[in-house]
Design a binder for this molecule. Structure first.
Ligand code: PGA
Length: 256
């Protein structure tokens, strides 16, 4: 039976008061939502404050990125061992904003994926094409290249305790969601790509969709055969909206 995961990516938003309010509201609302896994990924500096709210709850703490380095003279970096120490259970790697705005290459993402796994944390690997790439018909080639960088370094077995998020760049923060069928097609492609190496792992790997998910479209996305949850940006900043998306995951989970 598949279990839906809904993860909130708070990006560069909030302050010490608002993150605590948001985390506390999510914890309250999540109590009843037993059939869905939930995580929130605040900015680094708020991890301890948010973790204090999440302690003992069903909501897991995650981070938005991690250094490829574990320690040393790397000013400004935050390492996976530090994230683990702060109570994180998962870490987003290869978000399209890291790739497009900060020059992160496929290989860097693969090293981050490995660094996160070394600590026993769950990497949440983002892949996805730009609008240009979709229009050129190279969506599958782009997603395959991004995925293969990780498969080559870590092997398909590494995906057993990882999650993939398909996030078409043209749908992130634009209000333009991929249709459930568009998303399903790429999710099925990702699963088949993993299956080429290990069919057992492919069947179990959770593949989330991200890109303008909101309460109004979550249920139809989560109902698709290969969509196992969502990575939520903008809508994760509003507790009620985020919880409504989690509720859609919970209802889907109840159906099995
Ligand atoms: P969005 O962001 O939900 O605001 O489109 C998703 C993401 O970037 O993970």
């Amino acid at each position: 039976m598949r279990r839906i995961l809904v993860a909130g990516n708070w990006k560069l938003n909030g302050n010490s008061h608002s993150v605590v309010r948001l985390a506390s509201a999510v914890v309250q609302g999540a109590r009843e939502l037993t059939e869905v896994d939930i995580a929130v990924c605040p900015p680094y500096v708020y991890l301890p404050a948010v973790q204090a709210q999440l302690a003992g709850s069903r909501v897991a703490l995650g981070a938005q990125d991690a250094s490829v380095q574990d320690r040393g003279a790397f000013t400004g970096e935050v390492s996976a061992p530090m994230l683990k120490d702060c109570g994180c259970r998962c870490v987003i790697v290869g978000h399209s904003e890291r790739r497009s705005l900060f020059g992160e290459q496929d290989q860097d993402t693969a090293y981050k994926f490995a660094a996160v796994r070394r600590q026993g944390l769950m990497p949440l690997l983002c892949v996805g094409e730009t609008l240009d790439e979709r229009e050129q018909g190279v969506t599958e080639a782009v997603v395959a290249r991004q995925l293969d960088a990780v498969l080559a370094l870590e092997g398909a077995g590494a995906l057993t305790d990882a999650v993939i998020a398909y996030e078409p760049v043209w749908a992130i923060g634009t209000g333009r969601t991929a249709t459930p069928q568009q998303a399903q097609d790429v999710h099925a492609f990702i699963r088949s790509r993993i299956a080429r190496q290990d069919a057992g792992v492919a069947a179990k790997t959770r593949i989330l969709y991200g890109g303008s998910v909101k309460s109004a479209n979550a249920a139809e996305l989560f109902a698709m055969a290969d969509i196992d949850g969502g990575l939520i940006g903008g809508a994760a900043l509003d507790a009620q909206e985020f919880l409504a998306i989690c509720q859609a995951g919970h209802l889907q989970g109840q159906q099995g």
